[in-house]
Design a protein around this ligand. Structure first.
Ligand SMILES: Cc1cc2nc3c(=O)[nH]c(=O)nc-3n(C[C@H](O)[C@H](O)[C@H](O)COP(=O)(O)O)c2cc1C
Length: 220
C-alpha cells in the first residue's frame, strides 16, 4: 500500500493552461504565459493551448444527435482528460465570459462521461478596466461548478492589464506578482493533494426531475 502511494507521489501533476482570447496581442495570453512559467518552475507539467484549437461552430443539437462533434470540442475534451487541472484566463465581454468559450463549454458538456466533472479549475482574467474582468469569471465559475468542476475559491483578475506587464512579460508590481504566484502555488498544492489523496466522489446531476425519468433527470 505504502509502495503504491510513494509511486504516485513521484508523478508530477499536469495542468492544461489556455487563454480564452483569440487576439494576437491578448493580455490574457500574456497572463497565461506567466502562469505556465510559474507552474514549470514549481515542478509540474504544462499543456499550453490556444483558444483557436478549441473554437467551435455554434452549438446545434441536430449536429450533436448525428454524433458530429466539432474537432475543437473533441480536442478540448482530450486535453481535459489528459490533465489533472485546467487554468483558464478569460477576457470579460459585456460583464460575462466570451461567447466562444461558453459555446465550447456547451459542446464539451455533451460528451459522456462529462469531462468537466471532478476537474480542478483555476480562473484568471486580464482587462484594461479597473475590475480586471472579474465579473466575467463569476459567469464562467457558475457554469463550471454546475458541470461538477472543482473551481478554486481564489480567482486572479489583473486590472489595468494594458499597463501591468514589463517588456519581458512579468508583472511590474512586485506585490501583485507575489500574489499571482502565491495563488497559483496554492492551487497547485490542492491539485497535488487531490491527485494523491482523492476525496469521496460525488454524483454529477445535470438537472433534477420531479420523478426518476431519463428525459428530465440525468445523473452520472
Ligand atoms: C465585445 C467586447 C466587450 C467587452 N466588455 C468588457 C467588459 O465588460 N469589461 C471589461 O473589463 N472589458 C471589456 N472589454 C474589453 C476587454 O477587456 C479588452 O478588449 C481585453 O483586452 C480583452 O482581452 P484580451 O486582451 O485577452 O483579448 C470588452 C471588449 C470587447 C471586444
Amino acid at each position: 500500500m505504502k509502495e503504491q502511494h510513494d509511486n504516485r507521489e513521484r508523478e508530477p501533476s499536469r495542468f492544461l493552461v489556455f487563454s480564452a482570447s483569440l487576439r494576437n496581442d491578448s493580455l490574457n495570453t500574456g497572463l497565461v504565459a506567466l502562469a505556465a512559467s510559474v507552474i514549470k518552475k514549481n515542478g509540474s507539467k504544462v499543456s499550453l493551448a490556444t483558444m483557436s484549437e478549441f473554437d467551435c461552430p455554434s452549438y446545434n443539437q441536430d449536429v450533436e444527435m448525428k454524433g458530429a462533434f466539432p474537432a475543437g470540442a473533441e480536442h478540448f475534451r482530450q486535453q481535459l482528460l489528459a490533465n489533472d487541472a485546467v487554468i483558464i484566463s478569460s477576457p470579460e465581454y459585456n460583464t460575462s465570459m466570451p461567447g466562444n468559450l461558453k459555446n465550447v463549454i456547451d459542446w464539451v458538456s455533451r460528451f459522456r462521461p462529462q469531462p468537466f466533472n471532478e476537474r480542478h479549475a483555476l480562473l484568471m482574467s486580464a482587462s484594461p478596466s479597473m475590475v480586471g474582468g472579474n465579473r466575467g469569471l463569476w459567469s464562467l465559475r457558475i457554469r463550471l461548478e454546475h458541470l461538477g468542476a472543482r473551481v478554486f475559491p481564489d480567482m486572479f483578475s489583473l486590472a489595468t492589464a494594458h499597463q501591468a506587464f514589463t517588456p519581458d512579460g512579468n508583472l511590474s508590481n512586485e506585490t501583485l506578482a507575489k500574489r499571482f504566484e502565491d495563488n497559483i502555488i496554492a492551487f497547485m498544492s490542492l491539485v497535488e493533494a487531490a491527485k494523491h489523496y482523492p476525496c469521496i466522489k460525488k454524483a454529477w446531476v445535470e438537472f433534477w426531475g420531479e420523478k426518476p425519468d431519463p428525459v428530465t433527470e440525468r445523473v452520472e
